[in-house]
Design a protein around this ligand. Structure first.
Ligand code: BV8
Ligand code: ZN
Length: 260
């Protein structure tokens, strides 16, 4: 079974022809996990993590800004980058790929959505059983005492401080070199090990430990599927690969499996 990798190059006609074997797996599965990455939000107009940044952020690489070291070195630069990204998220809406995953949650008895994205678009679209492995960009907490801030000053000269202890506020996301939230990661590993079908969607499969979830599923005999704009290091190890836009492929998969 492992050899059954079918690549669709994104021609609309080809995507409609999902292998019958694959349709059967999804239709008969009661436990399905979907792991999403920045690619799922791309068709909503948000840049992926690997996309070049624009505007005044062009000269910075995201992975260089998303770290405690960068925040310690230049808290204002990092705070302003997240303030810019929060505004970008406010201006976008979920796309058909997000809504297809909401439909899957309705159709499949145990559907677990694990996301690396911090944009909150899955919840905004209506998904409920979600684990946000890397936090949420709309939430802000104190870098010292961890108190969450509901509001903060919009003084453009300095980073807002915590009302309780005066510490610098920071986005409630997981930076490189920081540990993931234990409860979310444990739940994600448990669900990935127990599922019958594991879908890796819109992710380059590079960032750990999220990228290891597909292997945990595969080692426990799950059918592993990749839905991504391009091949990734995971592609040779999956059972089915559909390469194209998740905002097109996911709605067509829902139609193929549960359409009337
Ligand atoms: C950890 C939140 C334990 C912030 C993110 C050295 C020191 C310390 C750690 C490490 C180290 N070396 C390695 C590590 C581990 C490190 C890591 O994995 N590094 C990588 C670069 C190798 N991981 C960590 O640090 C993690 N913590 O390990 O803790 C520890 C503790 C101390 C010391 C050691 C270990 C923390 C990882 C979380 C980092 N935070 N985000 C923020 O957002 O600002 S990760 C960030 O990058 C995103 O959240 C996202 O998860 C990730 C990017 O991945 P993708 O989502 O896959 O996005 P990407 O752009 O890469 O790919 C998009 C894909 O979509 C592409 O393939 C594209 O083709 C496709 N696509 C595009 N459009 C579409 C599409 N597909 C379909 N349809 C479309 N329309
Ligand atoms: Zn504080």
């Amino acid at each position: 079974m492992r050899s059954h990798t079918v690549a669709y190059i994104g021609k609309r006609k080809a995507i409609m022809d999902f292998p019958q074997e694959f349709i059967r797996f999804v239709k008969n599965a009661s436990r399905v996990v979907a792991l999403t990455g920045a690619g799922v939000s791309q068709e909503s107009g948000l840049r992926t993590f690997r996309d070049a940044q624009d505007g005044l952020w062009t000269k910075y690489k995201p992975e260089d800004l998303a770290s405690p070291e960068s925040f310690a070195r230049d808290p204002k630069l990092v705070w302003d980058w997240y303030a810019w990204r929060r505004e970008a998220v406010k201006g976008v809406r979920p796309n058909p790929g997000h809504y297809a995953l909401v439909e899957m949650e309705k159709q499949i008895p145990e559907f677990t959505l694990i996301t690396q994205n911090v944009d909150g678009l899955h919840r905004f679209a209506g998904s409920r059983n979600i684990y946000e492995l890397h936090g949420n960009i709309q939430k802000v907490r104190c870098s010292e005492c961890g108190t969450y801030a509901e509001t903060w000053g919009d003084d453009t000269e300095s980073v807002p401080v915590c009302q309780s202890c005066g510490g610098l506020l920071r986005p409630d996301v997981v930076w490189f070199g920081e540990s993931l939230p234990r409860a979310e990661l444990e739940a994600a590993v448990t669900a990935s090990r127990a599922c019958q079908v594991f879908m890796s969607i819109g992710t380059s499969g590079v960032v750990q430990p999220a990228a290891s979830l597909a292997h945990a599923a595969r080692n426990n005999g799950s059918v592993v599927v990749e839905i991504n704009a391009e091949p990734t290091p995971l592609t040779p190890k999956v059972d089915f690969a559909f390469h194209g836009r998740s905002g097109e492929i996911l709605p067509e998969l829902v139609e193929a499996v549960w359409g009337n």
